[in-house]
Design a protein around this ligand. Sequence first.
Ligand SMILES: [Zn+2]
Length: 460
Amino acid sequence: MQTDSTSSIERLRMRTRILVVLFLVCAAVLAALPLYGQAPPQPESQSQAQAQTQQPPEASTAKPAYSLPPEKLQQAIDYSRIRVILDFLGSGWGILQLILLLALGVIARMRNVAVNLSKSRWVQGFTFILLLLLASTLLDLPLDLYGHHAAVAYGQSVQGWGSWAWDAAKSLLLTFVFGGLLVMLLFWVIRRSPTRWWFWFWIPAMVFVLLSVFVAPVLIDPLFNKFEPLAKTNPALVDRLEQVVARGGIEIPAERMFLMKASEKVTTLNAYVTGYGASKRVVVWDNSITKATPDEISFIFGHEMGHYVLNHIPQTLVFLGVLLLVEFYLGYRGIQWLIARYGARWRIPSQNDWGALVVLLLVLAVLSFFSEPIVNGYSRMHEHEADVYGQEAIHGIVADPQTTAQQSFQLLGEMSLTDPNPNPFVEFWTFSHPSVSSRAAFAAAYNPWSPGQHPKYFAK
Ligand SMILES: [Zn+2]
């Protein structure tokens, strides 16, 4: 529930960082769902907070709804700080490395290699993309290695380096193939419509995004993690969850509930909703089942069901689609301006040049960084709605929804080493979910069945 639908925006964004992306952009959208299951699953309230301003709540005798014992607290503060630094450093380095590659003429040289290799545009395009991806992967490697090292050192990941590298290789290959196809299409559209390509390319880009969101749970995610029907090993839990489903007045057949064997790679808890139409499903990580009580799992599931029932995935796709169009337009304007100003120095004469892809990626990387608070603010709104829904959904099924929800957040926070006192700016900029402290406090206080109150999503 931490890393669910919108949450993985950050995941994917972090990993695709530069990589690729036109696709960064597309990625922002793809990321809306645990698309390329690739990201070594991260506890996603991730990018938590920097905790220099850490203060115990003053003069309060009441225990806060979410708190950590002293030694865990220090670990959480340290680990959160590492995550925040890696997050911002990653964004900054992603932008800087593109500028360096352009300014040092590396991009022009890659372009020359590609163009001299063959007259075929396909060969040229894919060669250029391969060189770019390799350079970007190498440049990102120190931060990526350190990130995984820290996750292991702080007990968040149990994934060995071999498996980690294999996951990275698979992501790279997927990016090469699908990113390559998108780039070929982009340049074809640019040649056809030099001033309106930002709009014409947006249409197939959205189709691509919709398709990949649809097939991801079936074709992509299984490349990175093992899934099995939840009912196979946990029939009693499925029965319990079906009670929650029934209370929601919807149908999620048992065949759409899956167990993901996350414990092979991470120690954190999670559940998420992914896909749509025929591929729509709920996924619960095995860690959640071993570490949480059936009541807590019911709440976590209820939260996911909230995303499902409240149509957060389609809404997010529309929201990010609009954002994508704006970013493409600004990308178009940016590329014109940058090439007019620096094209000679970078030896990139026009937007038809393969090297112009990197200029576009640069503009998009900057836009993507500055749109982070918007996307995350939108995501936090959905997450809060899902929290409310989840708590209301377990009413009458668990004895005390308030305590169950609050304890679920306590457990999630402890397992993910979440800092109880995140820096507000970091929260505003990077959190795809409200802070665990505020979610736990809300849960402990939320009782729509008290006199004069009404549940928001349920009749009673
Ligand atoms: Zn959620």
